[in-house]
Design a protein around this ligand. Sequence first.
Ligand code: URA
Length: 436
Amino acid sequence: MFRAVDLITKKRDGQKLTREELAFLINGYVNNEIPDYQISAFLMAIYFVGLDFEEMTALTEVMVHSGDMIDLSPIKGVKVDKHSTGGVGDKTSLVVGPICAAGGVKIAKMSGRGLGHTGGTLDKLESIPGYKIELDSQAFFQQVNDIGLSIIGQSANITPADKKLYALRDVTGTIESIGLIAASIMSKKLASGADYIVLDVKVGSGAFMKEVASATKLAEAMVSIGKASGRKTVATLTDMEQPLGNAIGNTLEVIEAIETLKGKGPKDFAELCYNLSAEVFLISGIASSMKDALALVDEVINSGKALEKFKQMVERQGGNPKVVEDYSLMPLATHTVELFYREDQEAYVEHIDALKIGEAAMILGAGRAKKEDQIDHGVGIVIHKKVGEKVKKGEKIATLYTSGEYIEEALSLTHDAYRFSETKVAPRPIIITSIR
Ligand code: URA
């Protein structure tokens, strides 16, 4: 029998833990036999010492087995899960899901809600009147078999160890650990049952990983864990130095996603969606080269098939599919406040702090500071100038959609998020690299 204190000191002193030792700590914590304060110390030891690949894989597997595992076998065909590590303005699932389903892949996706400066896919979908995020498993499987696509909330008891550990990490300064993030994300992906996994690992000020080097290590760790568990996994590193696309906030992001499905999305966001969808086509064997995969993406967008998939999903889940033609069917704040560029000197946008923009949107009511907070689907921010764009005195930089509350604070954060340069600035590439 182990003692928690011995395992904490073992890790603290830089030694490697065995699968049995990790299972003792994690299962003991989930079963309330080991207290928060010992697991807090253990997490901090991991934060400083790290986990090697074997430990990460073992920790992931222990977490997978802490709860239910979804069996997607009632769904015929290749099932792929696409997951993003979280960012500001990230509505990729709303676009990648329909594109991939239109191309013949089965997307049975369980998504989450937003917390803090990052938004959640479920909150965005609930901007659509009537859209139900809860389906029983039979209806979920049936819908994916019929139309290839469903995005729902998680009802099964998936990875309870992760839920408990994540909440503890959140209040003990131990979120930003590569080993802990890799095990947290991969345990949920492995328990969710897809055959293949496509990961979008965000890098930059609005992401957990601020540097390409650490994001690369995280991506490599997750791809290796996936491989060790028999699931083909690919990770794409993508830029989160500035918000993704132009819209931040629930209805605003659904509108931007629909525009992208119509082939009219902002360049960075559309490029990311095209690329991740192409990775899905490649990994699932639907396309044999990136060129063919991207051509298929083009085809399903240009023919309207991807937009049609989105409409079908909305309709099947009780939502009003007419939102696709009539955005006024979704809640949107009627009060707007504009932020202007006021300097005499023309300049280029050098940086837009994604974290600050995310916080400004949260303050307006688009996100939650605490899990219990209600959100306002109609508020948010549209940014009109992205990194590399030229600005002149009197030009609009951003529009805030507000119910009138906390507008000064949100305006000041949005203002502070922007940094300008008098010399030309290159636009930021959205795709950094892919790790296979
Ligand atoms: N997302 C997760 O699901 N877990 C982490 O630890 C970090 C981001």
